[in-house]
Write a protein that binds this ligand. Structure first.
Ligand code: NAD
Length: 509
């Protein structure tokens, strides 16, 4: 990993951002330090937007809304089509920047940008499909229908681990639905946000007549986010991050009767049944639990293995954990890159200690220090055999730890599976139709995502994404998630010469 120390990421970041049109001076404009987890090196120091600056941005967005809501939706879709084109052109640069700023492997960095392109394509089609229903009325000579209208300013608050895709899921839908966006990215990944804003600018320039303030970025930490959360002009707050953050944001938005989409933490589990294809399960579990260094909201964190196959599957998994490559994602083919920062490393170590105290047997989990830059945190993923689901197993630790437990009874394992606070993603490995259908049924997994014979991570944009319980209940991306970005009006039109009242009520004056 020595070459990591030698890499001049600062210069590379400047070159990528400069190429996209971000002024060099912005990168030294303030005191908000930005680091690369790959080397721990500081790569920029940005000026922050305080609450007042954020309110100014919201005001500009509110002005843009008055214009944008009247632009026909297919024309709004044209802007998103252009955004998709610009993202295709910038895919290499933006993917590389994601890898530098979030520590992802090149294929994961590029994959995240691909997800942005995919959602743009989806949203362009959607711009001609914002359908409402026509409803049979009980009154003669009347017609009843519902109409979907733009909602207002959308505030997006995003997490470090999907620094650009989550913004695009929201923005592509928000724009076709007629809404401007004010985005507060994670304070750990502001540079990718500046890059996205530069890419949007290119699309806007080609589009021609979009109002100013349609897409804005505000840089800062919690205080900047709070300004979005508290402002009644922000009709929808779409907040992605920890459950802790959601507990603060959700009640505040609700108190002002705003709308929120909360995409919070996960504690995702897999169940491996006696009939499972164990080779396939092993590969899916390895990717789901170790990929992105365990820093996906959908990372597999708990694994229930049937007693009868435990000794066939788990030793192989332990071997995979022992041999997985950990290293600099920019200069090596390593499958596991760095943790985002020291706090993440300490959180992981604390969870491992807590698991030991509960009787856990730990495989891996140690820091990889050979020639790693001092300020970067690389770890061997940890597989921990647990006697029971207790202590740290019940919570999300945002690091590569997989807790493995035995089960013997299918009803019990479904109970155990659902006995945690989070409800994001889940999967079962089985070739038994009864087990898989039961898992997907009302009496099965209680998560927003339930998979069969694939892992918990790696969702596609076509489906609605999100989870239940402490994951927040929000849905983004595909299916009918667009409805959260619009307001619904029910319209009744009387084309007769009479005035019949609903429910047969008589009121003759
Ligand atoms: P975090 O909660 O620390 O921060 C997320 C964002 O919220 C940041 O932009 C932060 O500045 C902002 N924020 C924090 N407190 C706030 C407040 N009181 N008011 C307004 N804004 C506030 O999360 P993180 O460490 O960046 O990301 C990891 C977490 O995100 C994990 O729990 C992960 O599971 C979750 N996540 C969930 C999804 C999902 O779709 N469900 C996707 C990605 C990440």
């Amino acid at each position: 990993m020595k070459d990591a120390i030698e890499m001049d990421l600062k210069a590379e970041v400047r070159s990528i951002l400069g190429g996209l049109g971000v002024e060099a001076s912005v990168l030294d404009a303030g005191d908000m330090a930005s680091f690369s987890p790959v080397t721990g090196q500081q790569i920029a120091s940005l000026a922050q937007d305080d609450a007042e600056a954020t309110r100014t941005a919201i005001g500009r967005a509110a002005d843009a809304f008055r214009i944008w809501r009247n632009v026909p939706a297919p024309r709004r879709g044209e802007l998103v089509r252009l955004l998709g084109e610009e993202l295709r052109a910038a895919k290499g640069d933006l993917g590389r920047l994601v890898s530098i700023e979030a520590g992802k492997s090149p294929s994961e960095g590029a994959g995240e940008v691909q997800e942005m392109i995919d959602i743009c394509d989806f949203a362009v089609g959607l711009s001609r499909q914002l359908y409402g229903l026509t409803i049979a009325t009980e009154r003669p000579g009347h017609r009843m229908m519902e109409t979907w209208h733009p909602l207002g300013v959308v505030g997006v608050i995003s997490a470090f681990n999907f620094p650009v895709a989550v913004w695009c899921w929201n923005t592509a839908l928000a724009l076709v639905c007629g809404n401007p966006v004010v985005w507060k990215p994670s304070e750990k990944t502001p540079l990718t946000a500046l890059a996205c804003q530069a890419i949007v600018k290119r699309a806007l320039a080609r589009f021609g007549d979009a109002p100013d303030g349609l897409s804005q970025v505000v840089i800062g930490g919690r205080e900047t986010g709070e300004a979005l959360v508290d402002d009644p002009r922000v009709a929808l707050v779409s907040a992605t991050g920890s459950t802790r953050m959601g507990r603060q944001v959700g009640p505040k938005v609700a108190a002002r009767f705003g709308r929120s989409i909360l995409e919070l933490g996960g504690n995702n589990a897999g169940i491996v049944c006696p009939s499972a294809d164990l080779d396939m399960a092993l590969r899916a579990i390895a990717f789901g639990a170790m990929g992105t260094a365990g820093q996906r909201c959908t990372t597999m964190r708990r694994l229930f293995v049937h007693d009868s196959i435990y000794d066939q599957l788990v030793p192989g998994l332990i071997k995979a954990y022992g041999s997985v490559s950990v290293g600099n994602p920019l200069t090596t083919q390593a499958l596991v890159g760095p943790l985002v920062d020291r706090q993440a490393f300490e959180g992981m170590q604390a969870a491992i200690e807590a698991a030991k105290a509960e009787g856990g047997i730990v495989h891996g989990g140690t820091q990889v220090t050979d020639a790693a830059p001092e300020a970067a945190y690389y770890v061997k993923p940890a597989l921990i055999e647990m006697p029971a689901q207790a202590g740290p197993v019940l919570e999300e630790t945002f690091a590569p730890i997989l807790y493995v437990m035995r089960y013997s009874n299918f009803d019990d394992v479904i109970e155990q599976h659902n006995a945690v606070g989070a409800g994001l993603s889940s999967s079962i490995f089985t070739t038994d139709l009864r087990e898989s259908e039961r898992f997907l049924s009302a009496a099965g997994s209680d998560c927003g995502i339930a998979n069969v014979n694939i892992g918990t991570s790696g969702a596609e944009i076509g489906g609605a994404f999100g989870g239940e319980k402490e994951t927040g209940g929000g849905r983004e991306s595909g299916s009918d998630a667009w409805k959260a970005y619009m307001r619904r009006a029910t319209n009744t039109i009387n084309y007769s010469r009479a005035l019949p009242l609903a429910q047969g009520v008589v009121f003759d004056i």
